[in-house]
Design a protein around this ligand. Structure first.
Ligand SMILES: *Cc1c(COP(=O)(O)O)cnc(C)c1O
Length: 353
């Protein structure tokens, strides 16, 4: 730390992203990326826009906002487009949390939430999960705090029904409820329908997982006009050109090839069922995932140990050291071939143990 670093950040513990090691080629199942590239058709369509890179990108992201609004049944002023959904989440912490509106989220969830709270100087409450790792909606009803819930949750993959989200939203009318739907396209049920009914819900989604664009950095939020206006105030006070023009063009082109996205999601869901069944057959406990990853543990080996042995053998998964989930590993669902390598490697590790 330099002697110039602001005291207000002295205690900040930054978010630690999943490893992106460059030392060798891994079977990479640790950061929930798609194993499939973006559609060729979309890439070709978007390539032309890179010629206009001498110009700034559209600060209103108008074309993409209109497209997303059409696609999901909203108007363009109910949509904000951001640099990954991490950015819209951070904007929401900036806009809707303060001393009078502290924030609450599940104790086991996306590791970025406590960091967003800390960097924005906001007090946060971590609400424990049930013993079966599910979110208990009752714990959030009428609590009078800003609420952030990933649905499906990460790293568990468990889904809360929209009816439960609605109870939370309806019982906290003076607070914003942010529903982070990063994984909703893998068999989840979206809470977007609630945006038509309540002015205190913000739904965020991302192109990083189901739409194969993690490296392009594109996310969006959908909520009432007023909520979106607040988020735009923050955006225009930090980085009005927050999304680059190539990403904007690719994001629009990808929506024109929705069949490709649907097929890829269907493949991931098939491979998820296949991998879940195979691991259960080997004695693993695997939570019922609605995401493009599974969360699994075996009584035969400590989670950290399994993670290390897989890595030595070229298979990368994500292990979290937090005590309640240290037995588990989070495994991204990839191609059938990647899943077979994972399963064979686990089999040989457990046989040798
Ligand atoms: C991956 C992820 C995000 C955001 O990813 P971006 O790449 O910034 O869009 C948000 N929430 C959860 C729960 C995630 O897993």
């Amino acid at each position: 730390m330099s002697r110039f670093f602001s005291d207000k950040f002295a205690a900040l513990a930054p978010y630690v992203p999943g490893e992106q090691p460059q030392d060798m080629q891994y079977v990479k199942l640790n950061t929930n990326e798609s194993p499939f590239p973006p559609s060729d058709k979309a890439l070709r369509q978007a390539a032309e826009s890179t010629r206009a890179m001498n110009l700034y990108s559209d600060p209103d992201c108008r074309a993409l906002r209109e497209k997303l609004a059409d696609f999901y049944g909203f108007s363009a002023d109910e949509v904000i487009v951001t640099n990954g959904s991490d950015e819209v989440l951070n904007f929401a912490f900036m806009a809707f949390c303060d001393a009078a509106h502290p924030v609450a989220f599940p104790a086991i969830s996306y590791g970025f939430y406590p960091v967003f709270a800390a960097v924005n100087g906001v007090a946060y409450e971590e609400i424990p999960l049930r013993a079966d790792f599910s979110v208990n909606a009752d714990d959030y009803c009428g609590i009078g705090k800003t609420i952030v819930i990933a649905n499906p949750n990460a790293p568990t993959g468990l889904l809360l029904p929209v009816s439960e989200i609605e109870r939370i939203v309806a019982s906290n009318p003076d607070n914003v409820v942010v529903v982070d739907e990063a994984y909703v396209d893998f068999g989840g049920e979206s809470s977007l329908q609630l945006v038509h009914k309540y002015d205190n819900i913000l739904v965020t989604q991302t192109y990083s997982k189901s739409r194969s664009m993690a490296g392009a950095r594109l996310g969006f939020g959908i909520g009432s006009r007023e909520l979106i206006q607040d988020l735009n105030n923050i955006r225009n006070s930090t980085n009005p050109y927050n999304v680059n023009s190539a990403t904007l063009a690719l994001g629009a082109a990808v929506l024109d090839d929705e069949d490709y996205t649907r097929r890829n999601c269907a493949t991931i869901m098939e491979n998820r069922a296949y991998t879940t069944a195979a691991l259960r057959g080997m004695g693993f406990e695997v939570l019922e995932s609605c995401a493009n990853f599974i969360f699994a543990r075996t009584p035969k080996m400590d989670g950290g140990e399994l993670y290390r042995r897989l890595k030595e053998r070229g298979v990368l998964v994500r292990h979290f050291t937090r005590a309640e989930i240290a037995d588990f590993n989070r495994i991204t669902i990839g191609t059938r071939e990647q899943m077979d390598i994972l399963l064979n490697t686990i089999k040989s590790i457990l046989e040798a143990a």
